[in-house]
Design a protein around this ligand. Structure first.
Ligand SMILES: O=C(O)CCC(=O)C(=O)O
Ligand SMILES: [Fe+2]
Length: 193
């Protein structure tokens, strides 16, 4: 487990580095992402999900629709389908397992850091009536008490800053209370929602 988390941490950092770079951001632009930032390095949380066989899957939900609070989530879903993502104008789309592959999910903190350029993905997990499904989600995020805010490089006259600074800890508290509305509540124009 320790080794697995170490590998997933390295993978998340590599993918995030590429995503930031694709937006023209350097490590200097994302100060908290620098390894030498104090002694607090970004962190990950591993969650094991278990969905027992359900006699009537149409009347139950494994995991209700949600976005992840992380920067990035790496999901291993074995070989049993169940994950679905929501696509605008399309609806729920299955993400079938691919042998040896992880599903990478953009989380809310990434949406905040990138001022909405990358959107966190609404997803859910279904149950089924023949197979016990197991999945492993690795949530990668910044140190819990470091304020995250949209990178100034991604804001200008046409792209006003969208979100207030927030720590992962504060965001998790907001999520626990307001669930999927949390990200809207930290928008600068939240009062008009
Ligand atoms: O089990 C799945 O496929 C999804 C799990 C998930 O979305 C989560 O743990 O946040
Ligand atoms: Fe999730």
């Amino acid at each position: 487990m320790v080794e697995y988390q170490k590998e997933l941490k390295g993978l998340a950092e590599k993918i995030l580095g590429l995503m930031f770079r694709s937006l023209g951001l350097t490590q200097e632009d994302i100060a908290w992402f620098k390894p030498k930032y104090g002694c607090k390095s970004p962190q990950g949380v591993l969650q094991l999900n278990s969905y027992p066989v359900c006699p009537d899957p149409n009347r139950a939900m494994g995991l209700a629709p949600h976005t992840d609070s992380s920067l990035l989530t790496s999901l291993y879903q074995g070989n049993t389908s169940g994950l679905q993502v929501y696509r605008d104008n399309v609806g729920w789309v299955p993400v079938h397992p691919v042998s040896g592959a992880l599903v990478v999910i953009v989380g809310d903190l990434m949406q905040i850091t990138c001022n909405g350029r990358f959107k966190s993905a609404l997803h859910r997990a279904l149950v089924n009536n023949t197979r016990h499904r197991i999945s492993t989600a690795y949530f990668y995020g910044p140190p819990q008490d470091v304020k995250i805010s949209p990178s100034v490089k991604l804001t200008d006259h046409d792209h006003p800053i969208l979100y207030r600074p927030v720590t992962w800890r504060e965001y998790l508290d907001a999520k626990a209370t307001h669930f999927n509305k949390a990200i809207e509540l930290i928008r600068y124009d939240a009062s008009s929602c």
